[in-house]
Design a protein around this ligand. Structure first.
Ligand code: SF4
Length: 455
C-alpha cells in the first residue's frame, strides 16, 4: 500500500474527526487503518467527496498493477507485487512462462508446440505446474499467415495468447481474431501509440509497452494512464542478462520503494532473444524469474528444461512464512475396505506426499488421516502443540474415519511414539500402534501390520 493509516485519516471527512460510525467502524481512524491494510473498501464511507475518493483510490492502489491476460480458469494474473525481497513478505503472482510460436515455423512444429503447452504438466506437492501462455510472433512478413496462425492456435488451445508483430496492421488484424480472449498485444511503442489508444478504447486488452530503455517507457505509460488504459506490461528492451536484471530491478524498486506510478506495472523478459542455446535460455529465464519478470518468453522447452524452471518458480513464489500444506482429512490410498489399516500423519505437504507414496508403494490399500498442523512436520507439529495426543484424538473423532473403517487400530508415526499414552486415554476404543520412525520403512512394515489386523 502506498499510504499509511495515519496518512489516510487526514483525507477522510472533517480531517478524520467526523466519527459518525456509518462505515461500521467506531472512528474514522479505525476505518483509515483498515483501509490502509486493504481490509476495507472506500465505498463504506458515504461522506467522502468524489475528489477525495478518487485521490484515495489512486493512493491506495497496489504499487504494481494487477494485470490479467486471457479469460476463464486459464487466465494468467501477473503483477500486484508488494515487496522487493521475498523474505519481506511473499511474491504473489508467479511469473508466466510463455512458449514462442513463429508464423514461419512449419505446421508440424506449430502443432507440436500447441501439444506441448497442454501436455507438459507436473504435479508437485499438490500443486499443478505448467507453462502459461503462447506467444505468437509475426516473422513471415505475410499478414494473412500471422492471422491464420492466431486462428489455428485459438481453435486448438485454450491457453492465453500474446500477439507479437512489428507490423501494427498485422497486429491489429490478429487482435480482431482473438479479442474476446483478452490477448496481450505487443509492442506498443512511441511510433504506434497514437494508433493504439483509440483501438484500446474500443477493445480494452493488456498491452506490452516497449521502449529502448526505462526512460522511454515513462511517457508511454503516462499517456496510457491519462487515457485510463493502463493494463500494461513493461518491456524496457533489455538485450542481455546483465541489462535485463538491472532494468527489472530498477523498475521493481522504483514502483515499490519510490511509489513511482509510471513504472508500477508487471514486466516481461525475452530470454529467447538473448541466446540461441535452449539450455542457456532456460538458465536466463531462471534468473529473470528470481529477478522480477512477470512473464518470460522461451523459444522452446522440453520436460527437462521446463520442470526445473517451474519448480524454481514454485519455490520463489511460495510464502516463506507458510509451509506448503495439504487439506486436513481422510485420504484413501488404493481402494481401502473397512478392515484396511488406518494411519495418521501431519499436513506438511512434504510429509503427506512422502508418506502417501510409501503407503502406495507398499501396495496395501489404507486410510491416511491427515491432521492440520498448519503445515508443520510431525515432530515439529508435536513440539508446537499441534500433533499432541489430545489434538490427534480430537481430529480422529471428528474426521469421519470411524464411519469408514471397522478396525480400531491407529498407526502413529514412530517419531512421536511418546503421544501413545495420551492417545490411548483420549481414544479408549482404539488400539494405538507406534509405526516406523522413517517413512521409507513403511513398505516393509505395512503388509505385515495389515496381515495381523485381519487375523
Ligand atoms: S463513515 Fe466516514 S466519516 Fe463516518 S466514521 Fe466512517 S470514515 Fe468517518
Amino acid at each position: 500500500m502506498a499510504l499509511k493509516g495515519t496518512d489516510v485519516v487526514k483525507k477522510l471527512p472533517e480531517l478524520g474527526k467526523k466519527n459518525c460510525k456509518e462505515c461500521g467502524f467506531p472512528t474514522c481512524f479505525a476505518f483509515a487503518m483498515k483501509l490502509a491494510s486493504g481490509g476495507a473498501s472506500l465505498d463504506k464511507c458515504p461522506h467522502l467527496s468524489a475528489e477525495a475518493k478518487a485521490e484515495l483510490e489512486d493512493a491506495l492502489a497496489p504499487a504494481i498493477k494487477l494485470v490479467t491476460i486471457g479469460t476463464g480458469e486459464n487466465a494468467l494474473q501477473i503483477g500486484n507485487e508488494e515487496v522487493v525481497y521475498r523474505h519481506e513478505k511473499t511474491f504473489l503472482h508467479p511469473t508466466g512462462v510463455a512458449l514462442l510460436i513463429s508464423d514461419s515455423e512449419p505446421e508440424v512444429a506449430v502443432a507440436a508446440k500447441i501439444r506441448k503447452i497442454s501436455e507438459l504438466k507436473f504435479e508437485r506437492v499438490g500443486v499443478l505446474l505448467k507453462a502459461n501462455l503462447l506467444a505468437l510472433r509475426h516473422d513471415s512478413g505475410d499478414r494473412s499467415k500471422f492471422v491464420a496462425l492466431v486462428r489455428e492456435v485459438c481453435a486448438r488451445s485454450d491457453a492465453p495468447v500474446m500477439l507479437m508483430s512489428e507490423d501494427t496492421d498485422a497486429l491489429f488484424a490478429a487482435w480482431e481474431v482473438c479479442a474476446e480472449r483478452r490477448p496481450l498485444v505487443y509492442p506498443l511503442t512511441k511510433d504506434n501509440v497514437d494508433r493504439f489508444v483509440p483501438k484500446l478504447r474500443e477493445r480494452p486488452t493488456p498491452v506490452g509497452v516497449r521502449a529502448g530503455g526505462i526512460e522511454g517507457l515513462v511517457p508511454l505509460t503516462a499517456k496510457l494512464r491519462e487515457e485510463k488504459l493502463d493494463d500494461v506490461v513493461l518491456d524496457p528492451g533489455s538485450g542481455s542478462l546483465m541489462d535485463g536484471i538491472r532494468d527489472q530491478t530498477f523498475i521493481r524498486r522504483a514502483a515499490i520503494k519510490q511509489n513511482f506510478r509510471y513504472l508500477g506495472y508487471p514486466t516481461i523478459a525475452f530470454p529467447c532473444l538473448m541466446t540461441k542455446d535452449l539450455l542457456e535460455e532456460a538458465l536466463l529465464a531462471a534468473a529473470f524469474i528470481v529477478k522480477y519478470a512477470a512473464i518470460v518468453v522461451l523459444s522452446d522447452f522440453d520436460r527437462h528444461t521446463l520442470l526445473p524452471l517451474l519448480t524454481q518458480r514454485l519455490n520463489i513464489y511460495t510464502d516463506p512464512r507458510m509451509p506448503l500444506s495439504v487439506k486436513e482429512g481422510v485420504y484413501e490410498i488404493g481402494e481401502p475396505d473397512p478392515d484396511s489399516p488406518v494411519l495418521v500423519t501431519s499436513n506438511w505437504a512434504l510429509t503427506y506426499f512422502i508418506v502417501s507414496s510409501e503407503v502406495e508403494g507398499s501396495k496395501v490399500p489404507s486410510f491416511l488421516c491427515v491432521k492440520d498442523t498448519e503445515g508443520l512436520g510431525v515432530l515439529t507439529g508435536w513440539a508446537a502443540g499441534k500433533f499432541t495426543g489430545d489434538a490427534v484424538a480430537a481430529f480422529i473423532k471428528k474426521s469421519g474415519i470411524e464411519q469408514k473403517a471397522k478396525t480400531r487400530t491407529l498407526l502413529i508415526p514412530g517419531m512421536v511414539g511418546r503421544i501413545r499414552g495420551d492417545l490411548e486415554e483420549a481414544l479408549p476404543e482404539w488400539k494405538i500402534v507406534v509405526g516406523p520412525r522413517e517413512a521409507s520403512e513403511i513398505p516393509a512394515f505395512l503388509p505385515v501390520f495389515a496381515a495381523k489386523l485381519k487375523q
